[in-house]
Design a protein around this ligand. Structure first.
Ligand SMILES: *[C@@H]1O[C@H](CO)[C@@H](O)[C@H](O)[C@H]1NC(C)=O
Length: 377
């Protein structure tokens, strides 16, 4: 009984077979079929390799949404060297509320030599080349995002020559925490003194002759510090031609959530426009000499996610390639044979009518076995 049941299911499965077997003796292989198969398999192998490369590759997806986070503080990472002695200058931040940020003492003032050592020059030149390339090709940004952390430190290397020259410049570096509103970070003459209506810089004691706001920005970024990411102002160097010169940077900060396979960070990208002018009150160019960075925060937030083809999609595509090529070449081969067949038969038919000699051939062929038979006897 059980055996009967098994036989029934076996028969059922046999009927469901979508791949009916043809006995070997009915299969005919031809040279053209072999060639087509060879081409088909080569194409399949090539496409599979290419598809595997696409599968291995990753790309960046950009999404935009309104930034709803108003309460958290914005961190500003600064590393600027100004060609003036540290005791003459002061840095601080004013935000839209016109309150002086008290955490400006998160900044370190370090006396240094303005002129870079040969190794540092080299580093700066490389950074500037990358900056120029970044402006031309935006896809480079993706690579920088992906390789963040991989490339190691992007900070200025220390001097390799033990220079004995006395320091003539001041490196201001460190971080500030500000409110997430528009503000103004600046470096001017004199230390800032809090004032009931804002603040003032004590500049009376510094002679105008010693003003020199030539500066170098080795690093300026907003938000979490990510090693390996190059920001738009990194590597900038400005030489002041006049003692009273004002450098302005107008910065728009875009909050960016970065999610790659290596890091997940909340950072900020920014775009910048710059302007510089000489302060000359007599000529109507008013203002305060110094370095001013006006920043504004965009209300849009960008989410950058590194994406990758899922494995199941890779499998589906692989099946598509193999099956597609298999059936397409089969159809093409069939069509080819059909066309060749038509042409050949026409030709053969034509030759049949013109030369009746083939009939004689037939009789001649018939004769041979007879002759052979005679020989046997
Ligand atoms: C400021 O210092 C830089 C670097 O030392 C120098 O090249 C430039 O001529 C100076 N500018 C003025 C106005 O003294």
């Amino acid at each position: 009984m059980r055996r009967l049941n098994r036989k029934k299911t076996l028969n059922l499965m046999k009927e469901l077979d979508a791949f009916p077997k043809v006995p070997e003796s009915y299969i005919e292989t031809t040279a053209s079929g072999g060639t087509v198969s060879l081409i088909a398999f080569t194409t399949m192998a090539l496409l599979t390799v290419m598809e595997f490369m696409v599968y291995r590759d990753t790309w960046m997806k950009y999404e935009y949404e309104v930034d709803k986070d108003f309460t958290s503080k914005l961190r500003i990472n600064i590393d600027i060297t100004v060609a003036m002695k540290c005791q003459y200058i002061g840095a601080d931040v004013l935000d839209l509320a016109e309150t002086m940020v008290s955490s400006a003492d998160g900044l370190v003032y370090e006396p240094v030599i303005f002129e870079l050592s040969p190794l540092q020059r080299e580093w700066q030149r490389m950074l500037q080349i990358i900056q120029n390339r970044l402006q031309e090709e935006h896809s480079l940004q993706d690579i920088i995002f992906k390789s963040a952390f991989k490339s190691g430190s992007t900070a200025l290397p220390p001097r390799e020559d033990g220079s004995i020259q006395p320091p003539d410049a001041c490196r201001i570096h460190g971080q500030l925490y500000v409110n997430k509103v528009a503000g103004n970070f600046h470096i001017t003459v004199g230390k800032a003194i809090p004032h009931p209506r804002g603040h003032a810089h004590l500049a009376a004691l510094v002679s105008h002759e010693s003003y020199n706001f030539s500066h170098r920005i080795d690093h300026l970024s907003f938000g979490e510090l990510i090693i390996g990411i190059i920001n738009p102002l990194d590597g900038t160097e400005k030489i002041a031609s006049d003692h009273n010169q004002m450098f302005q940077y107008f910065i728009t900060v875009v909050p960016t959530k970065l999610q790659t396979y290596k890091i997940s960070a909340e950072t900020h990208q920014f775009s910048v426009t710059e302007r510089e002018r000489v302060i000359n009150h007599a000529a109507g160019s008013h203002g305060v000499s110094g370095i001013f960075m006006k920043y504004d925060i965009s209300s849009l937030m960008v989410t950058v996610t590194e994406e990758h083809m899922p494995f199941w999609q890779f499998l589906v595509r692989l099946c598509g390639i193999v099956g597609g090529i298999f059936s397409t070449t089969g159809i093409l081969h069939g069509i080819g044979r059909f066309i060749v067949g038509i042409i050949c038969c026409r030709f053969k038919l034509g030759s049949y009518k013109t030369t009746p000699g083939t009939d004689q051939d037939g009789t001649l062929n018939n004769y041979i076995p007879l002759l052979a038979n005679d020989a046997m006897h």
